[in-house]
Structures are given as structure tokens and as C-alpha cells.
Write a protein that binds this ligand. Structure first.
Ligand code: CAP
Ligand code: MG
Length: 415
């Protein structure tokens, strides 16, 4: 096992083994340190090293990481599989995105990408359904699954919430989604909202013959989320929504373990992700957050609008490709595009991200000049136009709800 010198954690001749976990970081060395100095310190601090000289006995297991690629501004570090506890995402992140995020040896550091070895992937459940939710629980086929969130995002009574659900579902939307900060507040309690919204779902399914879904937000402490998931399953719900960043990955993993026995898909809202991924040169890239979410086992996750919506841009297309790629047989994850979308932005959005997605519009449905049901029809018409390869303007000629939306918003992307 190497001594304490940081150079021992650098070896540009090292070839990672298949079982190594490999991380790519962007780093900015602090004043007085060069890339090799900083790389050694990152590899040391994220595996088994420290700054002080230690008298290390022979029988200590060597779990040292190795910085094996050092280019201008970016490094690659390989970690031995046995550094990590299988199935424990919290412990893995305490290594690869832990102390190093605050070390003085770098002015900035960003975890860009992770190569997850099969030896680690196989210790996680992964998604129970993935994009198959579009056929398992909905009738979306190969078109995007359509979702909407009642707006204002909080403050509606349960009755108002249910009425908005009715109008949205009648207008052709597949999924009603709770907003990220609606859970169990006095004005719209979880159990009442769940029961009455599912009852309305059943009524609309009966009336339309179409499958509808409700992404109910169960975000809370882990045990309470499990209890709420049980209520969803017991009342015939097919989905739960979890704010995965604010609840934490260990809590999400507990919910995923629990849903093994429930036929319930997990919708991952990513509120607070921008605390990690927005600053270009520091933190944890959304690509890595999406990778974590897939391993832990969510079925759909928000990955941005390819810079078409109201929220900061990220590599939506690259992340979505990774979520669909084979990962040792793990199910894929359905990407969700949301945030500032409306019928006028559907075509440019789908041109960029394809149709094996879920797309969500809140203001872009309920802000329609003729209200929620017309807004839902307009959103669905924009998708149907895309399916038929007809321009939105041409399709709007005999679809008045779409025409009104285009008159109102054009293809403007709000901020
Ligand atoms: C969108 C939304 C979503 C964001 C999340 C909101 O509402 O409900 O939470 O899309 O961002 O509260 O803003 P609108 P992301 O459709 O009215 O904009 O998908 O990037 O995680
Ligand atoms: Mg929201």
C-alpha cells in the first residue's frame, strides 16, 4: 500500500480493470499546485488517503484510487470495487462526491461522468418498469406520454385539484402530476387528494376508455413514503412521485425496495438538483445524478428541455441517451421534459429529444386562454401534429384549441 505521498495515487500508466469504478472530474488546481498535485489529492481523499504521515501495518487492505488520466482541466480516477459497499449509493457518493468537493487543493471540482462496472450495477435494483410504463399503465404507444401539473403549484383545495385533473384528463392528457412542493398540507391533504383524484381517474377512464395516471407526490420521511406508497397501491394507483434530491438517495432506495412488492412506478422529480449541477465548473453534473437515479431504481426522471424551457440548460440529449443505453440488463429510465413548455414548443422539443419521453406542461396547459381542458387538447393536438408530420400551424387550421395556444404563445420559450 502506498505511503502518504499523493504521487502514489497518480499513475498515468495504469489501465483500469473491468471491475474498477471510473470517475471523470473537471478540476481547477489551487494556487501553487499543478494538475498532477491536485489529481493525487483528489484520488487520495476520495479513497483511503489523508495528508498526514501514517505508520500503516502490512495487513491493511489497499483500497487506493489511481488518477490515471490527467489532461488540461480534466482527470480520470479509477477506484477498486472493494472500496464500495454494494447497493449503498450513499456510501459510494461519500467517496466520489464527498470531501473532495470542498478540498482546498482545488478551487473547483465537478464530477462529470461515472463508468459503473457490472460488479457495482448488479448490486442495485434499477427501475421496475422504465419506459415500459407507457404501455404497462398508459396508452401512449410510441408517442410521448403527456403530463400536467395543476397550477398554482400549491394552494388549491382538494376539490379544485380533482376538478383540474378531470378537465386535463378529458382534454387528452395521460398523467396528472402533483407539483414538487405539494405533499400533505392543510389545504390539500395527501390521503384525501389521493382517494378523490384516483376516484376521478376511474370516472374519466370509464368515460373516455383511455388509461389515465396520477403521479402523486409521496415525498416525506422514508417510513412515511413507504406508508403512502402502500396507500397508492391499495387504492389502485400505478405511480408515486418522489423529490429524489431533497429526500436523499438512501430514502429513494428504501422506497424502491418497498415498491418491489407493489405494482407502482416511481417518478423522480429533481428539485434542488441545480444546487449541484448548475455552476459549470463545480459540483455534480446532472448526467451523474441521472445515473444514480437509474441505479437506485426510479422509472422516470426530469432531465431538462434541451434548453427550450425556463430552466437552465444541460446535456439533455446525452443524458437521455445514457438512460436508454444498455447497462448490464438494467431497465431504462423514461426521461421527462418539463419547465416552461407549451403547445408551441412541442415540435422543436421533440425534434431534439425524440418521442420516447414524457413531456409535462403546467402553465402551458392551465394558462391556455380557454382554460385547462382546452389547454390539454392543444397540448395533445401539438403532439398529434408531430406524429402526423404536419406543421403546428397547418394542424391548427382545424384544431381551434391549438390555434388559440399558438396565437397566445407562439413558439416563445419563457424564462
Ligand atoms: C413545471 C414545474 C416543474 C419543472 C421542474 C415547475 O411547471 O412543475 O417542477 O419543470 O423542472 O414547478 O416549474 P411549468 P425540471 O410547466 O408550469 O413550467 O423539469 O427541469 O426538473
Ligand atoms: Mg413543479
Amino acid at each position: 500500500m502506498p505511503g502518504i505521498s499523493y504521487e502514489d495515487f497518480v499513475d498515468t500508466g495504469y489501465l483500469p480493470s473491468d471491475s474498477d469504478l471510473v470517475c471523470e472530474f473537471a478540476i481547477e488546481p489551487a494556487a501553487g499546485l499543478d494538475m498532477v498535485d491536485a489529481a493525487g489529492r483528489v484520488a487520495s481523499e476520495s479513497s483511503n488517503g489523508t495528508w498526514a504521515t501514517l505508520d500503516v501495518s502490512e495487513d491493511v487492505v489497499d483500497l487506493s484510487a489511481t488518477a490515471f488520466r490527467i489532461e488540461d482541466g480534466e482527470i480520470a480516477v479509477a477506484y477498486p470495487r472493494d472500496l464500495f459497499e454494494g447497493g449503498n449509493m450513499a456510501q459510494i457518493l461519500s467517496c466520489i462526491a464527498g470531501n473532495i468537493m470542498g478540498m482546498k487543493a482545488v478551487d473547483a471540482i465537478r464530477l462529470l461522468d461515472v463508468r459503473w462496472p457490472e460488479a457495482i450495477v448488479e448490486t442495485f435494483r434499477g427501475p421496475q418498469f422504465g419506459s415500459a410504463v407507457k404501455s404497462e399503465f398508459l396508452d401512449a404507444g410510441d408517442r410521448p406520454a403527456l403530463a400536467t401539473v395543476p397550477k398554482p403549484k400549491v394552494g388549491l383545495t382538494t376539490d379544485d385539484h380533482v376538478e383540474i385533473a378531470r378537465r386535463a384528463w378529458l382534454g387528452g392528457i395521460d398523467l396528472l402530476k402533483d407539483d414538487e412542493n405539494l405533499t400533505n398540507q392543510s389545504f390539500n391533504g395527501f390521503e384525501d387528494r389521493l382517494t378523490h383524484t384516483l376516484e376521478m381517474r376511474d370516472r374519466v377512464e370509464e368515460e373516455t376508455g383511455d388509461s389515465k395516471g396520477y403521479l402523486v407526490n409521496i415525498t416525506a420521511n422514508a417510513d412515511e413514503m413507504k406508508r403512502r406508497a402502500d396507500l397508492v397501491a391499495a387504492q389502485g394507483g400505478d405511480f408515486v412521485m418522489v423529490d429524489v434530491v431533497t429526500t436523499g438517495w438512501a430514502a429513494v432506495a428504501s422506497v424502491r425496495e418497498h415498491t418491489d412488492d407493489l405494482d407502482v412506478a416511481i417518478h423522480a422529480h429533481r428539485a434542488m438538483h441545480a444546487a449541484f449541477d448548475r455552476v459549470e465548473n463545480h459540483g455534480v453534473a446532472m448526467r451523474v445524478l441521472a445515473q444514480i437515479a437509474r441505479l437506485v431504481g426510479v422509472d422516470h426522471i426530469h432531465t431538462g428541455t434541451a434548453n427550450l424551457g425556463k430552466l437552465a440548460n444541460e446535456d439533455t440529449v446525452g443524458i437521455n441517451d445514457w438512460l436508454a443505453d444498455d447497462l448490464y440488463g438494467l431497465n431504462d429510465v423514461l426521461p421527462v421534459a418539463s419547465g416552461g413548455l407549451h403547445p408551441g414548443t412541442v415540435k422543436p422539443l421533440l425534434d431534439r429529444i425524440g418521442t420516447n419521453v414524457m413531456i409535462q406542461a403546467g402553465g402551458g396547459v392551465h394558462g391556455h386562454p380557454d382554460g385547462t381542458e382546452a389547454g390539454a387538447r392543444a397540448f395533445r393536438q401539438a403532439v398529434d401534429a408531430y406524429r402526423d408530420d404536419v406543421s403546428p400551424d397547418e394542424y391548427a387550421e382545424d384544431h381551434p384549441e391549438l390555434a388559440a395556444a399558438l396565437d397566445n404563445w407562439g413558439t416563445h420559450t419563457p424564462r
